[in-house]
Design a protein around this ligand. Structure first.
Ligand code: 4AD
Ligand code: MG
Length: 431
């Protein structure tokens, strides 16, 4: 008999198959037991009828506890009442391992308890749905960049220099030298773009930020494209097409998951390029005109400002041309103004905040050297980076999309901690 997964069941309609599964939940009466089976690939209901399987097997099925692992045999049947569309008419159950007192029951649990049991919480329907959506976003990311002529490049994790400022670095020893865990692969991706044209990376990044918000992780994953001969405005077009692509991919390929999360998909269906562009100047003016007197020109936005700005649109928006003083050293100045740079943040709708930060990069050697000095960075550590503007420098642009913020937004989950398998938070390194 064929051993298959739940995801493959549609291909075996009417046939008898064997599944390896766990008991997610169970309901039973004196005559019939309904087993909620999960195998990682999906969830399906197994139906055990006493009159058909006999007393002994029925007693075994009735006694199954939550998270007990089993092999079940049965006939695949169409079931129009379930969203999945199939059920299993069980003819045999073989217990592999009996689980006793699984801590996460179908009742409500507190957040700290669930986080302490993250390794088990991942098995729940809700977490399963979020992880599947995360996987679809990663798949669609590779698809988008591969289809558009980008080469995947892997920047190092252990580094000697830092793109986003020095205050939030995790320091470690590299034998006798000081090293830092990467907070962005950008500078290396710029070098790669000079070799390969259009490149993208996907990797973990680390920020020792003392922020305890629903948007901040200490360790998060970033997608960082970098493009030679691409200027600021052209980069924004790539960004909006990329984000539209991943939203549409999730809508197409994660219908069951979005339903399980009770996501309002009408909000996602609207997400199609182009996205509105709002200048930083106009954003500050709009905020000041709309009751936010706590922010003035030259200051960075807080979460409430971003939420308010995005609320008037049902799309992600670009906020462009930030003041030079609140952005990193490498951003290209505006050609007609010395107080703002050619950059943009993409702000997600529904209060999820900044999901992309990006800019055109400086490609003038003297200017780059000056900016490194102004930012009190160690020129020696950046010598290799300065070489990029020394040998055939070209206009180039790039950006970084935070995977977990994007997963949280598209899944509609309130807190970023549910968008990564094992979150690293300000006070959490366990499990
Ligand atoms: O805006 P950031 O800091 O930009 C960079 O690191 C650039 N070097 C990227 C580039 O141009 N190649 O970070 C980029 C994105 C943010 O927009 C946000 O989505 C995410 O990374 N991010 C975080 N996500 C979770 N937790 C944190 N602490 C994050 N910090 C940034
Ligand atoms: Mg940013």
């Amino acid at each position: 008999m064929k051993k298959i997964t739940i995801a493959e069941m549609a291909k075996y309609n009417g046939q008898t198959v064997k599944l390896g599964a766990w008991i997610a939940n169970k309901r039973s009466s004196g005559k019939i037991a309904f087993l909620q089976l999960r195998d990682g690939s999906g969830f399906v209901q197994g139906v055990v009828v006493k009159a058909e399987v006999g007393d002994e097997l029925f007693a075994t099925a009735k006694a199954l506890t939550q998270e007990t692992s089993v092999y079940v045999t049965g006939e695949v049947k169409e079931d129009t009442r379930s969203a999945f569309g199939y059920e299993l008419a069980v003819t045999d159950v073989e217990v592999i391992h009996e689980a006793k007192d699984f801590p996460i029951t179908p009742k409500e649990h507190g957040t700290e308890f669930l986080m302490d049991n993250r390794h088990l919480w991942l098995r729940s329907r809700r977490q399963h749905a979020i992880m599947k959506i995360r996987n679809e976003i990663i798949r669609a990311t590779y698809e988008f960049f591969n289809d558009n002529g980008f080469v995947k490049v892997d920047p190092p994790i252990l580094t000697g220099s830092s793109p986003e400022g020095t205050s939030e670095l995790f320091a470690t020893k590299y034998f006798d030298e000081d090293a830092y865990l990467s907070q962005s692969g950008q500078l290396y991706m710029e070098a790669a773009a000079m070799a390969l044209g259009k490149v993208f990376s996907f990797g973990p990044t680390f920020r020792a930020e003392k922020s305890k918000t629903r948007r901040h992780l200490i360790e998060f994953w970033m997608i960082e494209p970098e493009m030679a001969f691409i200027e600021h405005a052209e980069s924004l077009e790539v960004q909006e097409q990329y984000v539209s692509h991943i939203v549409q991919a999730v809508l197409t390929n994660c219908k069951l998951e979005l339903e399980r999360l009770e996501r309002d998909v009408s909000k996602l269906e609207k997400i199609k390029a182009p996205f509105p562009r709002v200048s930083y100047d106009d954003a500050i003016k709009w905020l000041n005109d709309n009751g936010f007197d706590d922010i003035k020109w030259g200051e960075d936005f807080g979460a409430p400002h971003e939420t308010a700005l995005a609320e008037s649109y049902d799309m992600p928006i670009f906020i462009t041309h930030y003041p030079i003083g609140i952005k990193p050293f490498y951003m290209q100045p505006h050609p007609e103004r010395d107080d703002v740079v050619l950059c943009a943040d993409m702000i997600a709708p529904e209060g999820y905040g900044e999901i992309i930060g990006g800019s055109e990069r400086i490609h003038d050697y003297e200017l780059m050297k000056q900016r490194i000095k102004e930012h009190n960075l160690d020129e020696e550590a950046y010598a290799w980076y300065l070489d990029l503007s020394k040998y055939g420098a070209v206009p180039h642009s790039g950006f970084g999309l935070g995977l977990e913020r994007t997963v949280a937004w598209i899944s509609g989950v309130e807190h970023i901690r549910e968008s990564i398998p094992f979150p690293r938070l300000l006070n959490r390194l366990y499990p």
